[in-house]
Design a protein around this ligand. Structure first.
Ligand SMILES: Cc1cc2nc3c(=O)[nH]c(=O)nc-3n(C[C@H](O)[C@H](O)[C@H](O)COP(=O)(O)OP(=O)(O)OC[C@H]3O[C@@H](n4cnc5c(N)ncnc54)[C@H](O)[C@@H]3O)c2cc1C
Length: 348
């Protein structure tokens, strides 16, 4: 890692690319320490992979299409959520969670506190983004230095955002590497390109069962080569659906091998697996499909975060800290502590 010590100036104006949990964690902590923070988000709103999709039938429904639930092992994560998201928008999800063991017999998943957003996963990131400057619908295409040696960001529409002394990148690795390369910063991309894990795709199907699916479980992880996960989204706290919305996730290797498949065909295949492994006979009504090209890292190891002091560029995200929602928090939290220990942030 490049880690030169040539600049010890306190961070005053920070641009964060990406407003998933990693970007929002860093933003809230650094804004509280007096840093002027702007987040740039290519999506319509904050949240990233803690995403919920609004659904038209039945009216006012939604389903969590990315992270299904998260665990909290780090007490600092719990404290952060309590302090910054409040207590009303997240809580535990209980139920019958099953997986198929090596002998194909069904077993109960290990008891654990599984947390979800209420009334949808994205409620957490929505709450965390409150009061922050989030420029949604802005896809950053490149960075360069202006005449004062400050960072200038240009989006895909050619709009320019200037005057940042430091930049934090939080997109998944392929997108971060592209951004660095398109900014003439290939040496930074090359520095960590080989150390990090690739992200795998995930086909996601949302299926509505007006009379319920008739399942005797809330979530299932079968030994299917196609279907990795099936969950009754309507069984999560705060959802008030008539009938049931189920979310099916494709197996990562199968999703990777079929990224260009037709969505209708994907839906048929995953629903067939759901019916077979879940012993379901009910037919779904409305079916929606979403393709994640970058869902989760293949390996669960990483350096935590990256800080290129000479360039004043930081990189954080779940993929640098074991994947998962808590990994995204840990990555950004570790970065903020590092910046504070270097004297670049005061007032924490
Ligand atoms: C299908 C699926 C299932 C999952 N299941 C679980 C689970 O059950 N439990 C769990 O703990 N985790 C799960 N995860 C992982 C979890 O969602 C992630 O670990 C976490 O949300 C990552 O947060 P992040 O901030 O690191 O990245 P992200 O949430 O990906 O945030 C990065 C943000 O950067 C934005 N962006 C990218 N490029 C640009 C650009 N050029 N300009 C502007 N913005 C840009 C993106 O739109 C995105 O909002 C799942 C993920 C998926 C996709």
């Amino acid at each position: 890692m490049i880690d030169t010590q040539d600049s010890q100036t306190v961070i005053r104006r920070l641009a964060i690319v990406g407003s998933g949990l990693a970007g929002l964690t860093a933003a809230r902590k650094l804004a509280a320490a007096g840093v002027d923070v702007t987040l740039f988000e290519k999506g319509r709103g904050p949240g990233g992979r803690m995403a919920s999709k609004r659904l038209s039938k039945p009216a006012d429904s939604s389903a969590d299409i990315g992270a299904q639930y998260f665990t909290i092992r780090n007490p600092a994560f719990r404290q952060f959520l309590t302090d910054h998201a409040g207590t009303g928008c997240w809580g535990t999800w209980g139920g019958r969670f099953r997986y198929q063991g090596a002998d194909n017999g069904w077993q109960s998943m290990r008891p654990a506190e599984r947390y979800v957003g209420i009334p949808r996963m994205s409620a957490i990131t929505r709450s965390l983004s409150s009061g922050l400057a989030v420029r949604a619908g802005v896809r950053i295409a490149s960075l360069d230095r202006d005449g004062d040696d400050l960072w200038r960001l240009t989006d895909t529409e050619g709009r320019v955002y200037e005057g940042f002394d430091t930049v934090l990148l939080t997109p998944p690795p392929a997108q971060t590497i592209d951004l660095l390369k398109d900014s003439g910063l290939s040496m930074l991309a090359n520095d960590f390109n080989l150390q990090i894990s690739r992200m795998q795709a995930c086909w996601t199907v949302m299926a509505y069962f007006p009379e319920g699916a008739g399942a005797d479980f809330e979530a299932l992880m079968p030994n299917s080569p196609l279907l990795n996960w099936a969950a009754n989204n309507s069984s999560k706290p705060g959802r008030q659906d008539e009938g049931e919305w189920w979310v099916l996730h494709g197996d990562p290797d199968w999703s990777d091998a079929n990224t260009e498949a037709a969505p209708d065909q994907v839906a048929d295949q995953l629903l067939k697996e759901f019916h077979q492994y879940g012993d379901i006979t009910a037919a779904p009504g409305t079916v929606n499909v979403h393709r994640w090209l970058y869902a989760r890292p293949k390996a669960r190891t990483g350096p935590g975060h990256l800080w290129f002091q000479g360039e004043r560029i930081a990189i954080a995200g779940d993929w640098l800290d074991g994947g998962r929602v808590e990994g995204a928090f840990n990555s950004a939290d570790g970065l903020v502590s590092r910046l504070a220990s270097l004297g670049l942030v005061q007032g924490l």
